[in-house]
Write a protein of this length. Structure first.
Length: 184
């Protein structure tokens, strides 16, 4: 049985990661839709509202995601405001904020929200790592070049491997398991 999935995001890199994660088991279609974003400290709530908006406009089963990037020494900053902070101060600004800080622990948490005619489901995934002192790696996007997991930044990890271990992959795995059980 052929299965199709639509991901709604303005970030083509996210869509590429989702397609790589499913590796042909699902056909992934990318739709760029400008979605107003709820301001909340909870990525699950943000994802839930984004998927509600997208489903109301497209009227087809789809997923959206939202990601928080939380740095322990900065009391969880930038958290769910990661995209805005990346645009505003970038990795250089984050590294300046971390200058001289010994606790470099951080984590990404992604919420994947799915909507269809029966309702909304939300799935999360987290990956723990640390902020390094200078960017490394040519792959990935966003904070990937300053976030290290097991000695490699996410920007140094090939997409195929990243698509199996990342915060997005953990959330997508939970979604996939649910989707397979409920969509047959």
């Amino acid at each position: 049985m052929s299965r199709n999935l639509t991901i709604v995001t303005s970030n083509a890199n996210k869509a590429q990661e989702v397609a790589a994660f499913f590796g042909g088991t699902l056909t992934v279609r990318h739709v760029a839709l400008d979605i107003p974003e709820l301001r909340s400290d909870d990525v699950r709530e943000i994802a839930r509202e984004k998927v509600r908006y997208a489903y109301d406009h497209l009227k087809e089963p789809l997923i959206v995601d939202d990601t928080a990037f939380s740095i322990d020494a900065l009391n969880g900053f930038p958290g769910p405001y990661a995209a805005y902070v990346l645009i505003s101060i970038g990795n250089t600004g984050i590294l300046k904020l971390m200058d001289g800080v010994t606790d470099r622990n951080a984590r990404f948490t992604t919420a994947i929200a799915f909507a269809d005619e029966t309702g909304i489901e939300v799935f999360t995934g987290t990956i723990d790592g640390r902020i390094i002192t200078a960017p490394r790696g040519a792959g990935g996007f966003g904070y990937d070049s300053i976030f290290e997991v097991d000695g490699q930044t996410l920007a140094e990890i090939p997409l195929e491997k990243k698509s199996a271990i990342s915060h997005r992959a953990c959330a997508l795995a939970a979604f996939r398991d649910w989707f397979i059980q409920h969509q047959v």
